[in-house]
Ligand binder design. Structure first.
Ligand code: SF4
Ligand code: SF4
Ligand SMILES: [Zn+2]
Length: 263
């Protein structure tokens, strides 16, 4: 298996994964979406709420705010030594207290642990009119998307097969260059060639193939090579998410092996 990183920022990654089956690429895509734990608000005690939102709506909005955290410092509640009763290694308390007139943002949430905080400070929660108040305590816990979408670590996770384009000698009519929506073809030195963007940008639409009367261009893909892209919700970095997603596949494969050994 080979990995060629094309783009890696705090919240986005794009890479070419080669020498793997489509099932492995799909397992990695799914693990990025659903298997890596992140923090989210799971319980909420509302002491005062005279805003226009019902308590339930406020609770839902709080739950969907992505929380940035050093997740390795926390246990999943079901795996914690406290057996899910709640302790400093499986939950963090946060408070929100505000009075109008103002718009309450995620940045107004005060966390009891400075390493766990909203990933973005500008997510609007509720607009308070004059004398409206909200006072609440929220409990954040680790979880995965398998349980609820508020714990979704990765978003927009997808892949395509690596495009392969071949060109034969032709009369250089230029039709394929004109129809390509990705602008990745050019005529240079009596040949049709790829531009610097490269085959990786090809959408496999095959418009160039259809436009060619000479069957001189063919579009296919490498069945064992994939261009993968994903973003994070902000709870952990893209690099951490990729490593933990791959680790979760390994752990589950090991568990499956152990189960099969007992049969
Ligand atoms: S590959 Fe076909 S469409 Fe493209 S320039 Fe050559 S003849 Fe024209
Ligand atoms: S398949 Fe589509 S995107 Fe790819 S080179 Fe042909 S026209 Fe361009
Ligand atoms: Zn605990």
């Amino acid at each position: 298996m080979d990995i060629d990183i094309l783009e890696l920022s705090e919240r986005k990654a794009r890479f070419v994964l080669s020498g793997v089956s489509v099932s492995f690429a799909n397992a990695l895509r799914r693990a990025i979406l659903a298997e890596v734990p992140v923090m989210a608000i799971d319980e909420i005690n509302i002491y005062d709420n005279t805003s226009v939102l019902f308590d339930e709506q406020l609770g839902l909005r709080m739950g969907l705010i992505p929380l940035k955290a050093e997740t390795k410092n926390f246990n999943l509640p079901e795996e914690c030594t406290c057996e899910g009763k709640g302790c400093p290694t499986c939950q963090v308390s946060m408070t929100l207290s505000a009075e109008g007139p103002k718009v309450v943002y995620s940045g107004d949430i005060v966390s009891s642990d400075p390493t766990v905080r909203p990933a973005d400070a500008t997510i609007p929660i509720v607009e308070l009119k004059d004398k409206h108040k909200v006072v609440m305590e929220a409990i954040a816990k680790l979880g995965t998307y398998r349980k609820h979408s508020k714990w979704q670590a990765g978003i927009a996770s997808g892949y395509k097969n690596m495009p392969v384009l071949t060109f034969r000698e032709c009369d250089l009519c230029g039709e394929c260059v004109n129809v390509c929506p990705r602008d990745i073809l050019k005529i240079e030195g009596n040949k049709v060639k790829l531009t610097d963007k490269g085959a990786i940008e090809c959408s496999l639409c095959k418009l160039c193939e259809e436009a060619c009367d000479m069957d001189a261009v063919s579009v296919s893909y490498d069945p064992e090579s994939f261009v993968m892209t994903f973003e994070t919700s902000g709870g952990i970095t893209a690099a951490q998410l990729a490593v933990e997603a791959a680790g979760s596949i390994k752990t589950r494969a090991q568990k499956m092996g152990e189960i099969l050994d007992t049969l």
